[in-house]
Every structure is written in structure tokens, then in C-alpha cells.
Design a protein around this ligand. Structure first.
Ligand code: HEM
Length: 296
């Protein structure tokens, strides 16, 4: 029996950082040492989830996972695009105190310095009652209780059991454009009511709403994923850092293709008129046992 990385399912955190790193020095023992030092528990009260791009995981673990691929740029209907910015190593730090989350983020960067180079780092927070900066609650349809483990973790008996495939995608919002719209239209774009996050039903739910595009089934199986996105924002830029854990990256692929309109109906997600994807990468968050083995 192996254990998943605890931070994947922590729900009480309010502050977040995601940092993405590229290999600078491919000496295997140096990389292992640097990652071990980055994970050393010198900051209290934070959770850390570490995940690896395909190539780095193969190098460190000596194993490959059939379903772990680099993210490839996706082009969709109506000129929408989701760019790939695949990197090697991902640290997600979360906690209930902004200071400790930043302390741990810095400690990780210092431990990796010289061996890995940070290429993307975003801080985020829980906005109001778990809302995206558009004002809509984000996470309402996330699987609950036991179902979240089934959605997020590779099943027992499969390669990489109790690990999880992770999809990371930074979105930049055009809030001015979104906020100009009456709430009734915003609700049609998302597919839920703004105040209470109640899903629209029947004829009220448009085909091009975000919920219609992402609430997907394949061969009768609901493509459930465990979303852990966070809003970020400043006077310069604001948006959502989308993060999803899944037992099978195919589930995310299907949702992305449906958002882009790469489906028989060619309907794309209206959310992309108001937000632009600027990064995209896949990684693998191994179980604690597989992680320890890979770092030996
Ligand atoms: C600009 C970026 C995005 C924003 C602002 C956003 C926001 C939201 C909101 C407000 C909801 C409704 C409440 C909820 O159930 O959580 C939602 C639902 C959902 N989103 Fe997103 N989202 C974004 C990108 C994505 C992406 C890239 C994916 C897939 C890879 C995705 C997958 C989902 C799923 C699976 C649901 C639940 C659908 C259902 O079963 O009802 N979202 N999102």
C-alpha cells in the first residue's frame, strides 16, 4: 500500500504558490540531492506537492508511465489557442499563512538553485468564499469525499498507483470585458448562478457555457477531475492558476478539446472570450513511496 502526497487533498489552505522549474544541470545525483533539500521540512505548517515532467520522472525513477506526456499546444475553433510551456519540475506550496507559504517557496528555490532554474512562479489566495475573480464560485462541482480520491489518484494495481497526473495552466482574465456584461449573461457563460452557484438547467443552460463544455462523459463515464485552482491578482495582471489532479490525463484532454470546440458540434467555451491561457504543462505527482524510491 502506498500513500498519496497529502497536500493534493488539503482543503483548509488559503495561500498558495506554484513554481515551475527547468533542469539546468542534468547530473542525476545533484538533481536528487537538490530535490531532497527542497523537500526538507524546515518550514512548519505548510504542505508541499512535488510533481515531475515526463523526461525528468523517467531520469530519476528509471521508469516510464504510459499516460504521462508533455503538454502540446492545442489550437481550437474561433482562433482560440492553449499554448504549451512544458517544464520539468513543479512545486505547489499551500498553507494558512502567507508568510510561511512564501518562506517555503523561497527555501525550495534556494535549494534548487544551480541545478534547476525557476521559469514560472505565481502566488495566489482564496478570494472571498472560494470565488474566481469573475465573482463565480470555483470548485462547486468538484467530486466530494471518497469520489475525489477516485477522480484524482491512479488506481491501486496500476503503474504509479496513488500518484496523480497534474495539469497546470495559467489563465489571464480580461475582467473589464467580463464585468461589463449583465449578470444574467455572465451566468450563461459560466453555466451557474453567480450568487449561489446553482447549475442552470434545461433550456437555460447554453451549449457554449463553461459547465456544458467541461461536464463531459466518455463511454458513459463522467470525466471527473479534482480541481485545485487559485486566483492571483495585482494591478498589472489577474486571473486563475488552473490546477487539476486526475487518475488519467485523457480526462483533462477531453475537457480542453471540448472547451476549444474540437468536437463534432464545434462549439467552444465562451469563457475563452474573457480569459486567455498563457501556460500549460503536465506532470506526475508520485506517491510518497515512489517519490522516496526515485530520490534514493
Ligand atoms: C479561465 C479559466 C477558468 C475559470 C475562470 C473556471 C471557472 C469555473 C467555474 C466558475 C466553474 C463552476 C463552478 C464549479 O463547479 O467549480 C467551473 C467548473 C468546472 N471547470 Fe472551470 N474554469 C476555468 C478553466 C477550466 C479548465 C481549463 C478546465 C479543464 C481542464 C476546467 C474544468 C472545469 C470542470 C470539470 C468544472 C465542473 C463541471 C461540472 O461538472 O459541472 N475549468 N470552472
Amino acid at each position: 500500500m502506498s500513500f498519496f502526497q497529502e497536500g493534493i487533498f488539503v482543503e483548509e489552505a488559503n495561500f498558495f504558490n506554484v513554481s515551475e522549474y527547468q533542469v539546468l544541470d542534468s547530473d542525476v545525483s545533484k538533481m536528487k540531492e537538490a530535490i531532497k533539500n527542497a523537500l526538507a521540512n524546515s518550514v512548519e505548517n505548510v504542505w508541499v506537492v512535488v510533481s515531475f515532467g515526463k523526461k525528468l520522472w523517467a531520469t530519476l525513477s528509471g521508469t516510464t508511465l504510459e499516460k504521462l506526456e508533455d503538454f502540446k499546444t492545442l489550437d481550437g475553433k474561433n482562433g482560440f489557442q492553449m499554448p504549451a510551456t512544458q517544464t520539468d519540475l513543479f512545486f505547489r506550496v499551500l498553507g494558512t499563512d502567507q508568510s510561511t507559504v512564501l518562506d517555503k517557496t523561497i527555501q525550495i528555490e534556494e535549494a534548487l538553485k544551480g541545478t534547476f532554474k525557476v521559469v514560472l512562479s505565481e502566488n495566489g489566495f482564496t478570494y472571498k468564499d472560494h470565488r474566481d475573480l469573475t465573482g463565480f464560485v470555483d470548485g462547486s462541482a468538484n467530486p466530494k469525499e471518497e469520489k475525489k480520491y477516485v477522480a484524482a489518484l491512479i488506481a491501486e494495481g496500476e503503474a504509479g498507483a496513488n500518484g496523480s497526473y497534474v495539469f497546470h495552466q495559467k489563465w489571464v482574465h480580461n475582467l473589464e470585458k467580463f464585468n461589463e456584461l449583465p449578470v444574467s449573461i455572465q451566468e450563461k457563460i459560466i453555466g451557474r448562478t453567480k450568487e449561489d452557484s446553482i447549475e442552470l438547467e434545461g433550456d437555460d443552460m447554453p451549449d457554449n457555457s463553461h459547465v456544458s463544455r467541461t461536464d463531459a462523459k466518455h463511454d458513459g463515464v463522467a470525466m471527473k477531475i479534482w480541481r485545485r485552482s487559485f486566483p492571483y491578482g495585482s494591478a498589472l495582471e489577474r486571473g486563475l492558476f488552473f490546477i487539476a489532479y486526475t487518475c488519467d490525463p485523457f480526462r483533462v484532454d477531453i475537457q480542453l478539446e471540448r472547451m476549444l470546440g474540437n468536437t463534432e458540434d464545434q462549439v467552444s467555451d465562451r469563457i475563452m472570450e474573457f480569459s486567455t491561457a498563457v501556460s500549460g504543462a503536465y506532470s506526475f505527482a508520485p506517491s510518497v513511496e515512489d517519490l522516496n524510491k526515485a530520490l534514493l
